[in-house]
Design a protein around this ligand. Structure first.
Ligand SMILES: NC(=O)c1ccc[n+]([C@@H]2O[C@H](COP(=O)([O-])OP(=O)(O)OC[C@H]3O[C@@H](n4cnc5c(N)ncnc54)[C@H](O)[C@@H]3O)[C@@H](O)[C@H]2O)c1
Length: 260
């Protein structure tokens, strides 16, 4: 990552899902770039460990993004303590496995609640504050699963397609206020979520080399992504360096979707 990205240093940013995985990577990258951070997650211990490692100069809050009143209170508190929020990286997401014929209704509901409603509530709480100020940048993490079907991931794929389209509409509605909204869609990235995915597979070559039985193509770059590689793209999109980019879904997948 460049040592500086225009507009980031000294600005105030929120990262949700920051306790581990991609969110942690985004938090570390934005912190290194001088963003004043408010970090949220349901995993309070994980947040505190990260905050201590970053030197303690970040705000942290235990937050369930499916609770609208709690999201609103968190964003209000972040503005009181840090100043106007100009950057949002919404990273929270959950994944549950099961064919459409067999997936329990509760698992389907959980993914739509956390992945879709959580994105709606978080973006709403931030966007309504950005509108009167006429500035801001928002990035949500979708997934290549939004456009590439995956067996036993119907609920997850559908929820991520919903996130991508929700952000596209948000970008359209917020463009008149100079607020940009983009998605980043990672391919398979080395995190706890992926360890759980790998546990459903015979071996990890299924991901990097592909698997005809599940219609999965491989990853041309031949390896999984690292969280920092996703975070770099998020940071660029959040920065003023991406000032003419909005309503895009940037796929960061080592070529795994074959450019489709
Ligand atoms: N890892 C991948 O291969 C991959 C690929 C594409 C997209 N994604 C997406 O990237 C995002 C991050 O994934 P990850 O791999 O880092 O996952 P992860 O499971 O490692 O981390 C997710 C974080 O979200 C938090 N969280 C879960 N539910 C929450 C809630 N209701 N409120 C607040 N926090 C909550 C968890 O505590 C955790 O810290 C997700 O949206 C995921 O769908 C991941």
């Amino acid at each position: 990552m460049a040592e500086a990205l225009k507009g980031l240093a000294g600005s105030v940013g929120i990262v949700t899902g920051a306790a581990k995985g991609i969110g942690e990577g985004v938090a570390r990258t934005l912190h290194a770039l001088g963003v004043k951070l408010a970090l949220a997650d349901i995993d309070e211990a994980g947040l505190q460990a990260l905050a201590a490692d970053l030197g303690g100069d970040v705000m942290t809050a235990r937050l369930d993004v499916t609770d609208g009143a709690a999201v609103e209170a968190f964003v209000a508190d972040a503005e009181t303590r840090l100043g106007p929020v100009d950057r949002l990286a919404h990273v929270v997401g959950i994944q549950k496995f099961g064919s459409i014929a067999e997936m329990p209704e509760a698992d389907f509901d959980a993914m739509f609640s956390v992945n879709v409603k959580g994105a709606f509530l978080t973006v709403q709480a931030v966007a309504k504050r950005m509108i009167p100020r006429g500035r801001g940048s928002i990035v949500a993490i979708a997934s290549t699963a939004a456009r590439t079907p995956r067996v036993r991931q119907g609920g997850y794929c559908a929820s991520k397609a919903a996130v991508a389209q929700l952000m596209c509409v948000a970008g359209l509605e917020l463009a008149p206020y100079d607020i940009r909204v983009n998605c980043v869609s990672p391919g398979v990235t080395e995190t706890g979520m992926v360890q759980r995915l790998m546990a459903t597979m015979a071996n990890t070559d299924v991901v990097t080399r592909g698997d005809l039985d599940t219609f999965r193509v491989g990853v041309p770059l031949g390896r999984l992504a690292r969280s920092e590689e996703i975070a770099d793209v998020v940071a660029f999109l959040l920065s003023d360096q991406a000032s003419y980019l909005t309503m895009q879904d940037v796929v960061v997948d080592g070529g795994g979707a074959l450019g489709a």
